[in-house]
Design a protein. Structure first.
Length: 149
């Protein structure tokens, strides 16, 4: 089973960026931790970050031909704005879990709209970097159920 981890704009600044909200772990540390968890779960993890909407769309499209079974995605601010990312994810037909470090329900009203959530298999938010692990575990569960059915 192959899973793609996608991180969108400004997540490359993790560790430096607003640490009171997003914590002190770097993106490299988050990815390394998730790779360990993927290993424990017996799944393969590919990982991509971009600050650019079109690059993320391209990467999502490429997942279709790369044997990816599902995605974990923190789309950053594009969560709240990007019909293009929503359409790309729908276009793949692949299950995905949306993850956010912060609890968006506690934040500005503009962050409380997600253009991805209603087409996601699930959403994990508010648990900091641990949320990525929870999202991966949830996605693996969803994929396991898909195989059984
Ligand atoms: C975020 C929340 C978004 O609103 C914000 O634009 C981010 C990070 C989070 O992980 O909490 O870049 O997705």
């Amino acid at each position: 089973v192959r899973i793609l981890l996608l991180n969108g704009p400004n997540l490359n600044l993790l560790g430096l960026r607003e640490p009171a909200i997003y914590g002190t772990a770097t993106l490299a540390e988050v990815v390394a931790r998730l790779e360990r968890v993927a290993g424990e779960l017996g799944v393969e993890l590919a990982n991509y970050h971009s600050n650019h909407e079109g690059d993320l769309v391209d990467r999502i499209q490429a997942a279709m031909t790369e044997g990816v079974h599902g995605l974990v995605i923190n789309a950053g601010a594009y969560t709240h704005t990007s019909i293009a990312l929503r359409d790309a994810l729908l276009g793949t037909g692949l299950p995905f879990v949306e993850v956010h470090l912060s609890n968006l329900a506690k934040r500005e009203p503009f962050r409380q709209v997600s253009l991805l959530a209603d087409v996601a298999s699930g959403v994990v938010q508010g648990f900091g970097v641990v949320g990525y692990e929870l999202a991966l575990r949830g996605l693996v569960r969803v994929l396991g159920e898909a195989v059984v059915r």
